[in-house]
Design a protein around this ligand. Structure first.
Ligand SMILES: [Zn+2]
Length: 228
């Protein structure tokens, strides 16, 4: 398999890899029988780590992963200090965010509209700090852009009140939200350097998009793992 984006970062306790998948894999829960299992097996092979999924619920709860055999939690962020676990944040328009500390702790966050409104990225940062993380860096993966993500005006106001950078207008002149800008602003306010991987899921048909493909859309993933 190939990643859309892959980079490695030296940390105090080894090497951390950050990656984002594309439409060549479908990691969604609705993937045809056996298909997601094959996708996870390919991911395990490519990373040399055990993939760990969460059941994403558009909230701001963060789960600390100690054992990849645990059942998947209801959460929108995963963090761990352990090597050998590949944390996945899955998305099809929402923003997958990966966090890496110089001290080796890692995190994967699913930042959708509700997550951005509730500050899910900041919640993950705070949890990492409680694990001892210092000198965090972030990677913001492909997501729907503000020119494509149309929402009702009241919804735009609601989200932009909590995260002003999200306020956007679509390319056809209606109210929109730029969730990526909201995430980048949140990370910037925390003093965390950000790499924006780029790519609009709705416009780039090598990526999964719920707005473009509807309920049958697959899921891409941000993936982060540490190798000792
Ligand atoms: Zn777009």
């Amino acid at each position: 398999m190939t990643f859309r984006f892959h980079d490695t970062v030296p940390v105090d306790t080894g090497t951390v890899s950050v990656a984002f998948t594309d439409r060549s894999l479908d990691l969604g829960d609705l993937a045809p029988d056996g298909f997601r299992g094959a996708a996870l097996a390919a991911l395990a092979e490519a990373t040399g780590a055990t993939p760990y999924l969460m059941h994403q619920v558009h909230g701001s709860d963060i789960h600390v992963v100690d054992d990849p055999a645990e059942p998947r939690p209801d959460a929108d962020g995963l963090v761990t200090s352990r090597a050998g676990i590949a944390l996945l944040a899955r998305a099809a328009d929402c923003v997958p965010v990966l966090l890496v500390a110089r001290t080796g702790e890692i995190g994967a966050v699913h930042a959708g509209r509700e997550g951005v409104r509730r500050g899910v990225v900041s919640a993950a940062v705070e949890r990492l700090v409680t694990l001892g993380a210092t000198d965090l860096r972030a990677w913001v993966g492909p997501h729907i852009c503000g020119s494509c993500y149309e929402v009702p005006d009241r919804m735009r106001t609601d989200v932009a009140t909590a995260a002003p950078a999200t306020h956007a207008t679509t390319s056809w002149g209606t109210p929109g939200l730029d969730l990526g800008a909201g995430v980048v602003a949140e990370l910037g306010a925390a003093g965390i350097p950000v790499v924006e991987v780029g790519g609009c899921t709705r416009e780039d048909d090598t990526l999964h998009s719920h707005r473009r493909d509807g309920a049958a859309a697959g899921r891409l993933a941000g993936v982060v793992w540490r190798t000792p």
